[in-house]
Write a protein of this length. Structure first.
Length: 547
């Protein structure tokens, strides 16, 4: 590490984009395309500096502000991360520099779920001195740049924010004895984001894929095969659900299918090793499939209706009326909840005051058909009311669960690799986005499918496909893909107990499923307005005809 300044004088003049000769070569800022902290005042002298009244200033710039750690279990060697950057010191007049340090500090806050008061402290502290003991540097007037490197252990607690606290890291620089009245000067805090990425064979690879299977044989449902698949198991990513029911031994109603992620926290005080709590875990629903929210069969759009279902209606009709020895195959593409609700799982080898673990649960609500429901449909018995509605047998539920490793939403390929140099940022972000990290949570469904859906479908399932459906234009009549198993048959109507001579479909029509509620209202308003205009035109023609 060099301790001598390698730049003096005034800063680099601003680039004039009107002068094409200045484009080769052009200067690239030391910060990445990721949004950093608040913009600070430049270290250039300014008006006061030119007349000798300016004060020394100290600023930090980082080569990167997001760093990916690769922790290993105890006893295994790990690759530590390096934080590289520059310290820019501007002096209004010649000074003697005796002390210059850079400090990386990790702070934590824990909101205990018991009667313990709020706890705050330091979980990481690394300081490097850019001058040796007793060394003095005679610096001229102007700007001086120093390079620094700080080693971050792979087991460091990473960036975290949740309802039980937060973990954050900042880096600052300090120069002693060169401020006003011989005081010290400090730089502004520069945020640093530490993210865990387990990777594969290379540290620049995304997290490993996920492919969970549930298979078995139940007495009333028969043999089943359920799978959950994700190319990159990360927060805000894609999740493909598939269910195959192979020849049930009896007639059954499938009412709903629900997939949820259970999230549990563990709080450990770094100060008091005996103080630890485990708050009650909470469930985050990924999707619910029922007659009001049928499966999308891999055809999704950005409106959120296809990839993520709403709340479940308590006593809704069946999703599927499945006959004995009938095979049923369904697949649904959903999106995992964003990082405001789900936090990445804590990896083995990470020492942190706030750790998280997950498990994924699949629930199927069903019931066997009664003899009357299994019998052939009789329109004469369809209109019965009253007490017969209350004779529906109790619904049953089966729950299957497996542990889940959920990785950070920042561990996508564009964030792990070096972007191609360009004059303009191909992915601009707001300048005031202080805490907006680049992640898949901000991706559109179309881009997410292009990036993460290439290897979701298995080769042995040629009927299952994934397709992005663009948003319909206003005033159009979109038609969403018809589900091959939409429960609009009479048997599904009979399970509701209110079947009439003219049964109505339980699921919305194709026109309603393809058009959001707000657009349907707008279409009705447009139709009413068009009718009113036509009536006015007709009245005017009749009046003119009389004249």
């Amino acid at each position: 590490m060099s301790r001598r300044p390698f730049g003096e004088g005034t800063g680099t003049p601003p680039l004039d984009t009107t002068d094409k000769s200045a484009l080769g070569p052009f200067y690239v800022s030391s910060s990445t395309s990721r949004p950093g902290g608040q913009r600070h005042r430049s270290s250039s002298p300014g008006i006061l500096g030119k007349i000798g009244l300016g004060q020394p200033s100290l600023n930090i710039s980082l080569v990167e502000d997001v760093f990916f750690l690769h922790p290993e279990p105890d006893g295994r060697p790990s690759d530590d991360e390096f934080v590289r950057g520059n310290v820019r010191l501007w002096l209004p007049k010649p000074r003697t520099l005796k002390h210059l340090t850079v400090r990386l500090i990790g702070c934590y806050d824990i909101g205990w779920n018991d009667s313990t008061p709020y706890e705050s402290g330091v979980c990481l502290e690394r300081t490097v001195s850019l001058l040796s003991d007793g060394e003095e540097l005679q610096l001229e007037k102007g700007e001086h740049t120093f390079e620094f490197i700080i080693i971050v252990p792979a087991s460091t607690a990473c960036y975290e924010r949740c309802q039980y606290g937060r973990v954050r890291h900042v880096i600052t620089a300090k120069a002693k004895g060169i401020g006003p009245m011989g005081g010290d000067i400090l730089s502004n805090e520069k945020p640093v984001f530490l993210i865990v990425n387990p990777g594969l064979d290379d540290v620049s690879r995304p997290p490993p894929p996920m492919h969970l299977k549930f298979e078995g044989n139940l007495e009333e449902i028969g043999p089943y095969l359920m799978s959950l698949q994700s190319e990159f198991s990360m927060v805000g990513g894609l999740l493909l659900f598939r269910l195959n029911l192979l020849f049930p031994p009896m007639d059954i109603f499938i009412y709903s299918i629900k997939v949820k992620i259970m999230q549990a926290f563990h709080l450990q005080s770094p100060v008091d090793k005996d103080h630890a709590t485990d708050p009650a875990p909470h469930a985050q629903t990924v999707f619910i499939l029922d007659s009001a929210h049928p499966p999308n069969y891999g055809k999704v759009s950005d409106d959120g209706r296809s990839g993520r279902s709403g709340t479940q209606t308590p006593r809704i009709g069946p999703l599927k009326a499945l006959r004995k020895d009938e095979m049923w195959k369904v697949h649904h593409l959903a999106r995992i909840t964003n990082d405001n609700h789900l936090r990445p799982s804590t990896q083995e080898g990470t020492v942190t005051p706030i750790s998280v673990n997950h498990s994924i649960h699949c629930e199927i609500t069903y019931r066997p058909m009664t003899e009357e429901e299994s019998a052939p449909f009789d329109p004469a018995q369809a209109g019965k009311k009253g007490k017969e509605k209350e004779k529906e047998p109790e619904r049953r539920k089966i729950v299957m669960a497996k542990p889940l490793d959920l990785f950070s939403c920042c561990c996508f390929l564009d964030s792990l690799t070096l972007p191609v140099y360009s004059l303009l940022d191909p992915n601009p972000m707001p300048l005031d986005a202080e805490l907006q990290l680049p992640c898949v949570c901000g991706m559109s469904m179309k881009r997410l499918i292009e990036k993460h859906a290439n290897h979701l479908m298995l080769d042995d399932d040629s009927d299952a496909t994934i397709e992005y459906i663009a948003q319909p234009k206003p005033g159009s009549n979109p038609m969403s893909p018809a589900s091959p198993t939409t429960p609009t048959d009479q048997l599904s109507q009979l399970a509701l107990g209110d079947l009439t001579d003219e049964p109505q479909p339980l699921t919305p029509t194709e026109d309603e499923r393809g058009r959001p509620m707000s657009r349907r209202r707008q279409a009705l308003c447009d139709d009413g307005l068009a009718g009113a205009v036509a009536e006015c035109v007709g009245q005017r023609e009749r009046v003119e005809g009389r004249k």
